[in-house]
Design a protein around this ligand. Structure first.
Ligand code: AMP
Ligand code: MG
Length: 307
C-alpha cells in the first residue's frame, strides 16, 4: 500500500518553526538545498540519525554529510589544514563537501560517520537550509531526501513520491538551483564530482575508481538509479524509449536546447524522474560533453545506467 501523503509547507517562518520543533523532537524533515533536497536530522542525536537511515532504507555503512552554518561551526567538528581552510573560505557557503579528520569531542553521533574517523562537512548556501541551521543551532546530518539508491530529489514532489509519510515535513522552496549532489573533496582529491568542477576548484579531475578501491559509498557503481534500463550517448531513440535530449538532440524532453551544461545539471534528475514515470519501457540520453559540470552529469548517468 502506498504511504499516506506527507505534510508539505512552503518555505517561510511557519515552515522553519515547525521543522525546528520536529528536529528538536528527534524527527527528520526534508529541506531544499542548492544541490538537492536533503533529509535533515540532529547530527548529535543517535536516535535522529537512526531515523534518517531508517527513512531512506540506507545501509548503515554509508556515512552522512553534516551541514553547519559556517566555517567556525565546522572547525568545532573537524580539523582543518591550510588547504581545506582555503577551499572552505573560497567556496562556502556552496555545493562543496570536505572530508576531514573528526574531532574526538565534536559530539557527533557515531552512526553519522559509520564509524570512520573522518567526517564529511558542508556549509550550504540555500536560504531554507541556512534558516533551519540557524534556528536549530546545531549541526544537521542530511543525505539526499530519497529512498536509498533512488534518483535524488530536486523538487518537493520528488521527496513526497520517494519517502511519503516517512518524512515528518517537507519544506517546499521550488527546484534546486544546482540539481546535483555536492562535490566531495578529501585531501585535494575529488571523491565525487559535483556542481563545483575540478576546473573551478583547481583540483585534478575526478577519476572513476574500480569497485575494489571504493573508499566512500557514494562511489558505488550503481547509485541514483531509475527503475528502467538506461542507454547513454544516444542520438536517436528506439521506439519504446524515452529520449532525454541535449543540444542538437531534442528528444522527448531536453536538458538544454542551447547546450548549456549548468541548465542541464539543474534539470537532470527531474528529467530522469519524468522518464521513469513515462509509459516507455526504457530511457535513452543524448551525449553530454565531459568538461566542467558535464563530468558530474556523466558520473551520475553512468551510475544510473549501471545494473
Ligand atoms: P548523500 O548524503 O546521499 O549525498 O551521500 C553522502 C556521501 O558522502 C556518501 O555516500 C559518501 O560518499 C560521502 N561521505 C560521507 N562521509 C564520508 C567520509 N567520512 N569519508 C568519505 N566520504 C564520505
Ligand atoms: Mg543520496
Amino acid at each position: 500500500m502506498a504511504d499516506p501523503a506527507p505534510r508539505i509547507l512552503p518555505y517561510g517562518e511557519a515552515a522553519i518553526a515547525e521543522a525546528t520543533a520536529a528536529i528538536a523532537h528527534g524527527d527528520v524533515v526534508a529541506t531544499p538545498t542548492e544541490t538537492v533536497y536533503g533529509l535533515a536530522g540532529d547530527a548529535t542525536r543517535s536516535d535522529a540519525v537512526a531515523a534518517i537511515y531508517a527513512a531512506k532504507g540506507r545501509p548503515s555503512f554509508n556515512p552522512l554529510i553534516v551541514h553547519v552554518a559556517d566555517l567556525a561551526a565546522a572547525e568545532r567538528i573537524a580539523v582543518f589544514d591550510d588547504r581545506a581552510r582555503g577551499l572552505a573560505t573560497r567556496f562556502w557557503p556552496g555545493p562543496l563537501t570536505l572530508v576531514l579528520p573528526l574531532r574526538a569531542d565534536a559530539g557527533i553521533a557515531r552512526a553519522v560517520t559509520a564509524g570512520l574517523d573522518t567526517i564529511a562537512l558542508r556549509v550550504p548556501g540555500h536560504r531554507a537550509m541556512q534558516a533551519l541551521l540557524a534556528a536549530c543551532g546545531r549541526p544537521l546530518a542530511a543525505p539526499s531526501a530519497n529512498a536509498s539508491n533512488a534518483i535524488s530529489p530536486t523538487r518537493a514532489e520528488h521527496v513526497a513520491a520517494s519517502l511519503g509519510a516517512r518524512v515528518a515535513l517537507i519544506i517546499d522552496d521550488g527546484a534546486c538551483a544546482a540539481g546535483l549532489e555536492s562535490t566531495i573533496v578529501h585531501d585535494g582529491v575529488i571523491l565525487r564530482p559535483g556542481p563545483l568542477s575540478s576546473e573551478a576548484l583547481g583540483l585534478p579531475a575526478f577519476r572513476v575508481e574500480t569497485e575494489g578501491e571504493i573508499t566512500a559509498p557514494g562511489q558505488l557503481a550503481s547509485h541514483y538509479a531509475p527503475r528502467k534500463p538506461l542507454r547513454l550517448d544516444v542520438a536517436s531513440r528506439k521506439s519504446d524509449e524515452w529520449l532525454i535530449g541535449f543540444g542538437e538532440v531534442m528528444g522527448d524532453a531536453t536538458l538544454s536546447a542551447s547546450g548549456d551544461l549548468i541548465e542541464a545539471a539543474a534539470k537532470l534528475f527531474d528529467a530522469l524522474h519524468r522518464a521513469d514515470a513515462s509509459d516507455r519501457a526504457g530511457i535513452a540520453v543524448a551525449p553530454i560533453p565531459d568538461h566542467g559540470i558535464g563530468a558530474a552529469i556523466n558520473d551520475r548517468l553512468r551510475r544510473a545506467a549501471h545494473r
